[in-house]
Design a protein around this ligand. Structure first.
Ligand code: CTP
Length: 414
């Protein structure tokens, strides 16, 4: 079997030095790597580094660096399995989004026909800029996959979202992308609503009650559904995670905010995955700040609304996926909760275990669909758990949803 062929595009950011490590990791894994550097990248790293690591020439310009016919980008595209761009700067993302072809990488991008994986790296303010957001959304809508950026220390000394994903993570995403077949765009035309992260309920103007939900499971569900072709809306509580490209996004703080968003969005979706960790108790908030000097204070907690159960009157053919965090008697309690909340499936998390759930990148769950035996999803990255949950959803969805999918009824609001 031919080794998979990867074109590794490197654009001009400080993370370009890490692209050398990525190049080496691809070679070590048996990939045939063709590095391509932009002019900006050459300011940070030498083409020679990549030439030595890959054993290939490293083009930058499209019209041949050596009086050769300028068709290498076409030849390369004929047999390349994957284009990986790491780091992808704001400028390179913009050139991809708008089809500019002013160097080898951007010209190659337009000739490339396989999957594209981009690992953005830039300052947080640039990543948050509407122009960058719009370019990323455009690329995601056309099928590009994103890995990162992560949060952490940036070249400027600031801390925030914008660090390039680590080479090992990019390699794993590349492997996953190559393993995927076109048949896995099996959620096309479905409108998926996902809630994620914790709620925050104010105690006074400066304090709140919240919980340990990181939002990771919900974000993984949103990304997995997007990659399988669905039109996804993600409603998120406060998390440290960047809004995924190619997903409609709205944020909430309190459970009342979340309820308001759901009342508007739920009637228009085909499935709701309710992964948000919603407050069960709402503190009686003080309008003024509580002061230590005033001595002990008592907080009165009122039982909050069960947001999911409150949507029952709006439910028609939507498939509802509830999430249960339990510490004991998982299946019995989970099934009872599913039925009490009018859900079709429930995903049960064992929160008694410290090694999975909440902040962990991995999860292990039990999926209980009505009338089906329990399905145990053994420990794996949350993204793979998300795919297992969507597989269970596809099996459980009612005929009406399946029929709309087949009929090609237009998607709303992509
Ligand atoms: N949920 C909700 N509103 C709440 C609490 C939970 O909509 N006030 C949703 C969650 O998003 C989840 C499901 O209900 O999908 C189950 O959440 P869980 O916290 O396990 O259940 P609770 O209803 O809080 O039950 P208990 O705490 O008594 O176990």
């Amino acid at each position: 079997m031919q080794p998979p062929r990867v074109v590794l595009g490197v654009s001009g950011g400080i993370a370009a030095y890490k692209a050398a490590e990525l190049c080496r990791a691809f070679v070590r894994e048996g990939f045939e790597v063709h590095p391509v550097l932009t002019r900006g990248a050459r300011e940070f790293v030498s083409p020679l580094t990549f030439a030595v690591l890959s054993g290939r020439e490293v083009p930058t310009e499209v019209w041949g660096d050596r009086h050769s016919p300028a068709v290498l980008h076409v030849e390369l595209a004929d047999a390349t399995d994957l284009l990986v761009v790491a780091p992808a700067t704001a400028h390179t993302l913009a050139r991809f989004a708008h089809g500019l072809a002013d160097d080898f990488l951007t010209t190659y991008f337009l000739s490339h026909r396989g999957p594209v994986l981009v690992a953005p790296a830039m300052e947080s303010a640039m990543w948050a800029h509407p122009a960058v957001r719009a370019n990323c959304d455009l690329l995601a809508a056309r099928g590009a996959r994103f890995v990162g950026p992560a949060s952490g220390f940036l070249a400027s000394g600031h801390e925030g979202v914008g660090r390039m994903a680590e080479p090992e993570e990019i390699l794993a995403a590349a492997r996953a992308l190559l393993a995927r077949t076109p048949a896995s765009r099996d959620m096309e035309r479905l409108r998926i609503l996902v809630t994620a992260g914790p709620t925050r309920e104010p105690v006074d103007p400066v304090r709140f009650l919240s919980n340990r939900s990181s939002g990771r499971m919900g974000y993984a569900l949103a990304e997995a559904a997007r990659d399988r072709g669905a039109a996804v809306t993600l409603l998120s509580g406060p998390t440290g995670l960047p809004a995924p490209p190619g997903v409609r996004f709205a944020s909430f703080e309190t459970s009342a905010d979340l309820h308001g968003l759901l009342v508007r969005e739920f009637p228009e979706c085909d499935a709701l995955a309710m992964a948000a960790a919603v407050a069960d108790f709402i503190p009686e908030a003080s309008a003024e700040r509580l002061h230590r000097q005033d001595g002990d204070a008592t907080l009165r907690l009122a039982a909050g609304r069960d947001v999911l159960a409150s949507l029952r009157p709006l439910k028609r053919e939507q498939v509802v996926i509830a999430f249960a965090a339990e510490t004991e008697d998982l299946e019995r309690r989970g099934a009872a909760k599913r039925d009490a909340k009018g859900a079709d499936l429930i995903v049960i998390n064992d929160v008694g275990r410290g090694d999975i759930g909440f902040e962990s990148p991995d999860n292990e769950v039990v999926i209980l669909a009505k009338g089906e035996p329990a399905r145990v999803v053994s420990r794996r990255p949350k993204r793979e758990v998300a795919d297992a949950i969507w597989d269970a959803f596809l099996k459980a969805r009612p005929e009406a949803v399946a029929a709309r999918e087949l009929s090609g009824a237009p998607e709303s609001r992509r």
